[in-house]
Design a binder for this molecule. Structure first.
Ligand code: SF4
Ligand code: SF4
Length: 87
């Protein structure tokens, strides 16, 4: 299945809740926000970001049994929940 990027709104909500993911503990600057999130909601280490922050890698490693559209639908629901949690 050929991957195409998730239409990220760059709201930064996912990067402000890294405390919810055990594997991202070392990225937490102390208040749940990733220490690599810049003031304008960009990732300071984008090219070297961890697998969990890379939609294509996550899809290919863990969700390749579903379509990209289905995978993006799941991401969209997670984004919505994170934004509702307050970003
Ligand atoms: S919460 Fe979703 S839309 Fe917002 S930055 Fe993260 S991936 Fe993009
Ligand atoms: S490494 Fe980058 S993409 Fe991942 S949570 Fe931190 S700022 Fe966001």
């Amino acid at each position: 299945m050929k991957y195409y990027p998730y239409p990220c709104a760059r709201c930064g909500a996912c990067c402000r809740h890294v405390d919810r993911i055990a594997q991202m503990a070392s990225f937490n600057r102390g208040d749940g926000v990733c220490k690599h999130l810049t003031a304008n909601n960009l990732c300071a280490i984008y090219a070297e970001r961890p697998t969990l922050c890379n939609g294509e890698q996550v899809y290919k490693k863990f969700f390749s049994d579903m379509t990209v559209e289905e995978f993006h639908g799941i991401i969209s629901q997670l984004c919505k929940k994170l934004r509702e949690a307050g970003a």
